[in-house]
Design a protein around this ligand. Structure first.
Ligand code: B16
Ligand code: MG
Length: 216
C-alpha cells in the first residue's frame, strides 16, 4: 500500500486546462496567428514561459525577450480573470471523493503543480485544506519532466518516493513521477500517457483499494 498521493492540478483535479488554452488563444489572436488544437496537449504541465515558446512556434516571426515577458504577463492576466469565477463545481469528476477518502484514511496528500496560480485555484475549489504540502512552480527551479517538484512534495510529506503514488494528465508529468522513483497514474488519454503504470479516463475510474488501505 502507498503512504501518500501527490497530485498535479490542472487537468487532474481542476478543470482549468481549457482556461490556459483560451488565454493562449486570445494572445495568438491579438498577434494575428492561430493555434492548432494540438497546442492544448502540448502546453499541459509545461510552465508559463516554455508554454509561450510553444505558442510562438506558430507565430511566423521571432520575438525578443522583452516581448516574450510582456506576452507571458498578458496571458497570465487573462488566465487570472478566467479563473476568478472558479467554484467547487469546477473540480474534475471523482476528485472531491478521492481527496475526502485519502484524508479519512490518513494518507498524505501533496500537490505538484507547474502553475504559479495553484494556491488561489485550490482555495477557489474549496480543497486547499486537504493538502498537507504544496509544491508549485514558485518554489522549484527545474520544471517537469525533471523530478524536482514531485520529490519536493514527497519531502514535504516526509514520505519516501517509493511510497508515493503520483497523478498526472501530461506526458512530461508522468516522466517526472517515474524519474522521482514513484508509481504513476495517468489521468486521461492512454495514447499520450503510455509511460504511466496505470491509466484512468478520470478519477472516478481510479481503483482506490488497489493502492490504499481503507481504515473504516
Ligand atoms: P501558470 P499543472 C500547468 O499546471 C498547466 O498544465 C500548464 O498548461 C500551464 O502553462 C502551467 O501550469 C503554468 O501555469 O501560468 O498559472 O503558472 O498541470 O502542472 O498543474
Ligand atoms: Mg496537468
Amino acid at each position: 500500500y502507498f503512504k501518500a498521493a501527490i497530485f498535479d492540478l490542472d487537468g487532474v483535479i481542476a478543470d482549468t486546462a481549457r482556461f490556459h488554452f483560451l488565454a493562449w488563444q486570445s494572445i495568438a489572436d491579438d498577434e494575428g496567428f492561430s493555434l492548432p488544437a494540438v497546442v492544448d496537449d502540448r502546453v499541459k504541465g509545461v510552465d508559463r514561459m516554455a508554454s509561450l515558446n510553444i505558442v510562438l512556434e506558430y507565430a511566423g516571426r521571432t520575438y525578443s525577450d522583452a516581448e516574450k515577458e510582456a506576452l507571458a504577463a498578458q496571458k497570465n492576466e487573462r488566465y487570472v480573470k478566467l479563473i476568478a469565477g472558479l467554484t467547487p463545481a469546477d473540480l474534475l469528476p471523482g476528485a472531491q471523493l478521492l481527496l475526502d477518502r485519502l484524508r479519512v484514511d490518513g494518507i498524505g496528500i501533496g500537490l505538484a503543480s507547474a502553475s504559479r496560480n495553484a494556491l488561489p485555484v485550490l482555495k477557489a475549489l474549496g480543497i486547499f485544506e486537504h493538502f498537507n504540502t504544496i509544491a508549485d512552480a514558485n518554489y522549484i527551479s527545474h520544471p517537469k519532466p525533471h523530478p524536482e517538484i514531485f520529490l519536493t512534495a514527497a519531502d514535504g510529506l516526509g514520505v519516501s518516493p517509493a511510497d508515493c503514488l503520483g497523478f498526472e494528465d501530461a506526458e512530461a508529468g508522468i516522466t517526472a513521477i517515474k524519474a522521482a522513483g514513484m508509481t504513476a497514474v495517468g489521468v486521461g488519454s492512454a495514447e499520450l500517457l503510455r509511460e504511466a503504470d496505470d491509466i484512468v479516463s478520470d478519477l472516478t475510474a481510479f481503483d482506490y483499494d488497489r493502492y490504499f488501505r481503507t481504515l473504516i
